[in-house]
Ligand binder design. Sequence first.
Ligand SMILES: C[S@@+](CC[C@H](N)C(=O)[O-])C[C@H]1O[C@@H](n2cnc3c(N)ncnc32)[C@H](O)[C@@H]1O
Length: 215
Amino acid sequence: MRSLLRKARGFIANKTYSLKGIVKGHHLMTYRGVPCIKCPFDYVIYQMILDEVRPDLIIEIGTNCGGSALYLADMLENIGRGEIHTIDIDDRAYELAKKNKRIKFFHEGWEGYDLENAKGFEKILVIEDGSHEFESCLGAMRKFGHLVSDGSYMIVEDGIVDALGQSGMFGGGPVKAIKNFMKNNTAFQIDHRWINMFGKNATFNTLGYLKKLTP
Ligand SMILES: C[S@@+](CC[C@H](N)C(=O)[O-])C[C@H]1O[C@@H](n2cnc3c(N)ncnc32)[C@H](O)[C@@H]1O
């Protein structure tokens, strides 16, 4: 038994993971065969949040191939309610996602999404996973932030570009947008419970889990 424990400890001590490796891997991720570009830690966090919040509408900015929308749709299927409005400027979603009854596709960008589409829902959760450009990210947060229901979340993806030294390519990127948004906003709180769940900042959504407070 002792030698087994010693072996296990040695195994763990010798393991090294690099952020670069995780970034590379996350680009290879698929869900039911459809590319879905998210950090695995965040996928696990998503399903926990969905189970807690039980939204009847998820607005996702940034569809890409539809893998994340499909994952969210299956989560909602398990919960037994809800739909997804997934928004892009392109139309490259895979058929499997397109066929899913819980997903509605919008192709006019977040700028063109008519907020009337979100009327009549009880519990709304918003995911900002678009261009990651500072201005666009902040604009989307301002447009959709007020739709988020009390106790629910606005999740802003990929602030990790800071740690990768790439935020300059995105005009400052999502973290700058989040800090800007939070400056004038008392309705949301950054929820460190998710951000630090797997270790300090072990998420690609740096500062990106924004919980809408109950007044
Ligand atoms: C990182 S990908 C989305 C990944 C997807 N959510 C996933 O997890 O698999 C970003 C997407 O945002 C889209 N995009 C860029 N500008 C946008 C805008 N103004 N409104 C909505 N989507 C936009 C891009 O076309 C691209 O498909």
